[in-house]
Write a protein that binds this ligand. Structure first.
Ligand code: CO
Ligand code: CO
Ligand code: CO
Length: 351
């Protein structure tokens, strides 16, 4: 196996790798939005994934995600990219059934064993999810990129959208924040991959178990109103989308939010990905924050996550029970991080 540091081969950088939500919204504004009686969730009210009804019993969930390496080891990168792509199906309450590889590979610049190891990592996660790989598409690219297009299924009445957070609900987050500060510190050479094992372990953990807990038939009584996964737009960005779509305000207790150990120190040392600035530019205006909130906390609340946790809005009297069930199933860092209130001046209040 070659000793190439994959994060050093990335040219586009964290910022160019993902379009800012503001820019994307500008581009989409001028385009028509598809409408069809069977299109249950599309771009008219964006959620984690699109959902299309095939029959009264079955709807398909479709999603795609891919990006350049954020860790140096191709096998781990493959697992992380696949876990991240599969996550949107879980965030909708569905089960992944098929996946396709989406690959950009700089032929002649990187050895083929990197491609093979990366795809092996992806394959392992696809298998763990219970889905099957049905194909893929590869282009000769200036730099490595990898991800999946995933199709899942869900009963049309059991879709978990991001628009049903209700005043009085509690908010649970299933993974800590800070993958962005760690991956930018790794890219800058400030830390070694071995110093972020806990982050890597979290990123390659599927949101499968968490999703199974919230959709389990016997746990219907949990009263989950809304769910989304926290990814590139950060806790604040995805929380904003949930609040806006539900027409409520979300209150986040920043002291209750779990951060990866070491994340605050790296944020304080200035390892802030470009994506954080994009997120601040796009969402800060919807947020009220205490004047004395330390900058490193702000940077983590706006930190773009890769393969982040689920943000779940649940009836207040069921929140402790759901939290316990998640922890019993091994999701040890799940935490109640806030609550939902009636719509106020701002969509998000950090306190
Ligand atoms: Co999502
Ligand atoms: Co996504
Ligand atoms: Co959802």
């Amino acid at each position: 196996m070659s000793n190439i540091r994959l994060t050093k081969t990335v040219q586009s950088g964290g910022c160019a790798a993902k379009l800012s939500p503001d820019i994307l919204a500008q581009a989409l504004r001028k385009l028509p939005v598809s409408k069809h009686p069977n299109l249950l969730i599309g771009l008219a009210r964006p959620d984690d994934a699109g959902v299309y009804k095939l029959s009264p019993e079955i709807a398909i969930i479709q999603t795609v995600d891919f990006f350049p390496p954020i860790v140096d080891d191709p096998y781990l990168f493959g697992q992380i990219a696949a876990a991240n792509a599969l996550s949107d199906v879980y965030a909708m309450g569905g089960k992944p059934i098929t996946a396709m590889n989406v690959v950009g590979f700089p032929a002649g610049k990187l050895p083929l064993d990197i491609l093979r190891e990366m795809l092996r990592g992806g394959m392992d996660k696809i298998q763990e999810s219970g889905a099957v790989l049905v194909g893929g598409h590869t282009i000769n690219d200036v730099e490595l990129k990898y991800g999946l297009s995933v199709t899942g299924t869900v009963h049309p009445d059991k879709i978990i959208t991001n628009d049903h957070a209700r005043p009085g609900d509690c908010l649970i987050l299933t993974k800590p924040l800070g993958t962005g500060v760690f991956t930018s510190a790794l890219k800058a050479g400030r830390i070694k991959q071995g110093q972020m094992k806990h982050i890597i372990k979290s990123m390659l953990t599927l949101n499968k178990t968490a999703a199974e807990v919230i959709v389990h038939p016997h746990t219907k009584g949990f009263g989950v109103g809304a769910c989304t996964d926290v990814t590139g737009f950060s806790l604040i960005g995805h929380g904003y989308l949930m609040a806006a779509n539900s027409n409520v305000t979300i209150v986040i207790d920043h002291k209750a939010v779990p951060y990866f150990s070491g994340a605050l120190a790296l944020a304080r040392a200035g390892f802030v990905p470009c994506g954080t600035r994009n997120n601040l530019r796009s969402y800060q205006r919807y947020v009220s924050m205490p004047a004395e909130l330390p900058e490193e906390i702000i940077n983590l609340l706006f930190d773009p996550q890769t393969s982040g946790g689920l943000l779940i809005s649940v009836t207040q009297n069921k929140a402790q029970l759901l939290l316990k069930r998640l922890k019993d199933k091994g999701i040890k860092q799940a935490s109640i991080i806030g609550r939902v209130v009636k719509r106020g001046q701002k969509r998000i209040i950090v306190e």
